[in-house]
Design a protein around this ligand. Structure first.
Ligand code: ATP
Ligand code: MG
Ligand code: MG
Ligand code: MG
Length: 470
């Protein structure tokens, strides 16, 4: 019997409660009092004030399972076996309490004793010169050969000035059949053999104005384990789309088509996965109060709905269909997240309205894009001028990413620099003669710019809006 995703979530929580952690609830996807982040993208993001000391946590040890969305992974969705825009991140946190030794020791205990993953399939990565982490791993029985040293890009967490530190990421070896076959294939390689499932961040330094690092008096622990990824490992399936919960939604998508999943049409399979993933994001975003719009979070939602809808058309699905898929998401996640069950009817309504609106847009927009395309073909051109893409966006609300995708299908592209120039120019005109307070600037940070510049990279970089708006 395979371990279900909902059971793994429970085991994680019980385990860390047994180690003295306060079990917190998932926060909303909408950050509270945090202008630096558009949507919650990691377990630690809603706990920032506990780490900085601005607020007092209920306990110095905490564990959560946090709903997350990372739009910067959108291009990976349906392509890699391990990325969704929506996913759940489980974590254990220490606010100036325990540190590296406990975090790795308990992590190891959870992996090998609770989940009973064979030790020899687990690998660890550590930051270049983090000998302390190496020593702990060795004391736990990890042989030197399975400890990989990675540089700053992978294994050091830092956001501008302030608290930062090295990480240790934990990988599972899925076996050579998933591998690229290169002799130096190991964790950090792009292929599917070694799958990263847990990141332990050791916040022990503070980066100072002069670029130096000082030691924090009370170092913190922040870890994040992708629930879908560990389920993928435990259920021994090819991708996160094959785990019990997500597969249920995927089957619902497939039932709307006259196709079978994974029967040789790679394009169709990808579209099926994209719709499946985007369903999750849209259901959770709407449940947390986001409405489709042309800016900020609303645009993220609009883009998910419209992209999923378009992939439905590519699959030959007739008419509106997304609202009907909400049930499948609620089936598998409604118990852990009652808000989606409570707001089920409302969620369906919002999706239906947006679908209907997009149907019109899509007709008009596609007609126009097709005329652009045939014009370009006649002239032997390959790049659509930014002004034309902007007109589509501005007049019809046609997402520029969609314009890019459609042109891509024809082996063409969009002049994105030109697009952004047009956008800037419009914003400049709009701002002239209006007082530009920070709050206003936030509201008006326009959608495509958000998506292009707001890099939701969780542990790596927490994007600061002030940069975008400067
Ligand atoms: P990757 O390198 O695979 O993109 P990451 O290093 O960006 O992952 P972290 O920021 O370290 O991920 O997040 C902690 C954990 O969250 C990861 O180890 C992984 O298990 C999970 N995770 C991150 N991004 C995603 C995603 N897009 N979909 C599902 N799980 C994810
Ligand atoms: Mg990584
Ligand atoms: Mg990572
Ligand atoms: Mg990533």
């Amino acid at each position: 019997e395979k371990l279900g995703l909902n059971e793994i979530r429970k085991r994680f929580r019980d385990f860390y409660v047994s180690k003295g952690h306060y079990p917190g609830k998932s926060a909303s996807l909408i950050p509270k009092n945090d202008k630096s982040l558009l949507i919650i993208n990691s377990g630690m993001a809603p706990l920032k004030n506990y780490f900085s000391g601005v607020e007092t946590p209920p306990k110095k040890r905490m564990t959560t399972c946090q709903k997350c969305i990372r739009t910067d992974d959108i291009e990976n969705v349906g392509v890699t076996s391990r990325h969704g825009t929506f996913f759940e991140m489980m974590g254990n946190f220490s606010f100036g309490d325990y540190f590296k030794k406990e975090s790795l020791t308990w992590g190891w205990e959870f992996i090998t004793k609770v989940l009973e993953i064979p030790e020899e399939k687990v690998w660890a990565t550590v930051y270049l010169d983090d000998q302390e982490a190496v020593d702990i791993w060795k004391s736990l029985g990890m042989p030197e050969e399975r400890i990989v040293h990675l540089g700053k890009e992978d294994n050091f967490w830092e956001i501008g000035l302030g608290p930062c530190g090295p990480c240790s990421e934990i990988y599972f070896d899925r076996g050579p059949e998933y591998g690229c076959g290169k002799p130096d294939c190991k964790p950090g390689c792009d292929c599917d053999r070694y799958i990263e499932f847990w990141n332990h961040v050791f916040t022990q330094f503070s980066r100072e104005e002069d670029g130096s690092y000082s030691n924090l008096e009370h170092p913190n622990i922040d870890t994040g384990m992708g629930l879908e990824r560990i389920a993928c490992i435990m259920q021994d399936v090819q991708s996160i789309f094959d785990i019990d919960t997500i597969r249920h939604i995927l089957n619902g998508v497939v039932a709307l088509t006259d196709k079978e999943y994974e029967s040789g049409d790679a394009g169709a399979d990808k579209s099926i996965r994209i719709i499946t993933d985007h369903m999750r994001s849209m259901v959770f975003l709407i449940a947390d109060g986001v409405l489709p719009s042309n800016e900020g979070r609303g645009y993220v939602l609009r883009r998910m709905i419209r992209r999923a809808y378009r992939h439905g058309k590519l699959l030959g699905i007739q008419g509106s269909f997304l609202a009907g898929l909400v049930d499948y998401v609620v089936d598998v996640s409604g118990e852990a997240y009652p808000e989606i069950r409570e707001r089920e009817d409302y969620i369906k309504k919002i999706i239906s309205v947006e679908e209907a609106r997009f149907e019109e847009t899509l007709e008009q927009g596609t007609e126009i894009i097709n005329s652009y395309v045939s014009d370009m073909e006649k002239k032997g051109e390959k790049v659509l001028p930014g002004a034309d893409a902007f007109k589509l966006y501005d007049t019809f609300g046609f997402p520029v990413e969609l314009t890019q995708e459609i042109l891509d299908d024809h082996g063409m592209s969009v002049d994105m620099d030109g697009f952004h120039e047009n956008m800037e120019e419009q914003k400049r005109l709009a701002k002239e003669g209006r007082k530009d307070t920070t709050a206003e600037a936030w509201k008006e940070s326009s959608a495509p710019k958000d998506l292009a510049d707001t890099v939701f990279t969780g542990y790596d970089t927490l994007h600061d809006t002030s940069e975008v708006l400067a």
